[in-house]
Ligand binder design. Structure first.
Ligand code: KMH
Ligand code: ZN
Length: 307
């Protein structure tokens, strides 16, 4: 089994801002191009190997999937870090796949995310916690998720592959449940994707698999069975599950993803004041286990990136 840290090297992905959290939830969520670039550079300085990037409208914080939105911060991040750039093709679950793929098609990054199946994507339970929103769209965004299907049909997945693969972009395969691992195996069987597969297993989103340690083990065992030595395993624990799941996976040869996209917390009831804070914390976990954080070039080798 090849999990990424057979060499003792652990890839830290940091997802800087995403499309789920909103400005009311944390004043530290980066929204403007300067904030996104500044926090991405800070995260890389703290040890992030890969930067997973989304853009937002600088006035309202609303997810923005236009290439222009990304153009406002990508050059600075590329100039000031050596981190692997990973552009989202998930965008926001409210967008069409054509909108979602446009930035990755335009900027042809080394990595892009690819969501491996459709699912409910429920964030409305957060309405119990947040009441007074700074911007109207935030409430609609949470309310709308009662009836939201994050659509990633087989045709949608093929569309992203067709659009990006020719550019040498490889993928962070986002798998929110075991069926998504089987979907990836299906694309591999058809020869539409090539190993090594960077498999991002995601835990604790309502609509996907849960955050229990047995859920983590089940996803890992299933990926081991389907992909053998052909995958690099990473985990993303949503919200308060972030560090516990990162520690479990790192101890078992996995790689980790942190960042304010997936959790705004640094600890119980303590907001993370930056992405770098989370990277530092997970780095301490990794090094405490006697492992080392992979450099961007080491990750390029592990994941077969174009560099
Ligand atoms: N926020 C993650 C759970 C994407 O950008 O393609 C999912 C994600 C999707 O990162
Ligand atoms: Zn994302």
């Amino acid at each position: 089994m090849k999990t990424g840290s057979d060499s003792g090297k652990v890839i830290i992905s940091c997802a800087i801002t995403g499309a789920i959290h909103t400005p009311t939830m944390s004043p530290y969520l980066p929204v403007t191009p300067d904030e996104i670039a500044g926090q991405a550079i800070g995260a890389a300085g703290a040890g992030a190997t890969i930067l997973h990037l989304h853009a937002r409208d600088p006035e309202t914080g609303r997810p923005d999937q236009t290439p222009e939105g990304f153009a406002a911060f990508l050059p600075r991040i590329r100039a000031e870090t050596d981190a692997v750039i990973n552009i989202t093709t998930g965008g926001s679950p409210y967008m069409t796949v054509a909108e979602r793929v446009a930035p990755a098609a335009t900027f042809q990054p080394e990595l892009a995310s690819l969501n491996m199946g459709s699912m409910n994507f429920a964030i409305f339970p957060l309405l119990n916690k947040y009441k007074d929103f700074r911007f109207d769209w935030e409430k609609e965004h949470l309310e709308g998720s009662r009836d939201l299907v994050f659509r990633n049909s087989f045709k949608d997945i093929e569309y992203v592959l067709d659009t990006c693969y020719g550019n040498g972009t490889r993928f962070e395969f986002e798998c929110y449940d075991t069926s998504h691992l089987y979907n990836l195996a299906h694309f591999a069987d058809r020869g539409l994707v090539r190993p090594p597969f960077f498999v991002q297993t995601i835990f604790g989103l309502l609509g996907g698999i849960g955050p229990h340690p047995e859920d983590v083990m089940h996803m890992k065992r299933t990926a081991d069975r389907l992909f053998g030595a052909d995958f690099i395993w990473s985990v993303l624990g949503a919200g308060s599950n972030q560090f516990r799941i990162a520690a479990q996976a790192a101890a078992q040869g996995g790689n980790v993803r942190v960042g304010l996209e997936d959790s705004i917390w640094a600890g119980k009831g303590e907001l993370a004041v930056s992405n770098a804070v989370q990277v530092t914390k997970v780095r301490q976990i990794i090094e405490g286990l006697g492992l080392q954080v992979a450099t961007p070039d080491e990750a390029r080798g592990m994941l077969g990136l174009k560099g």
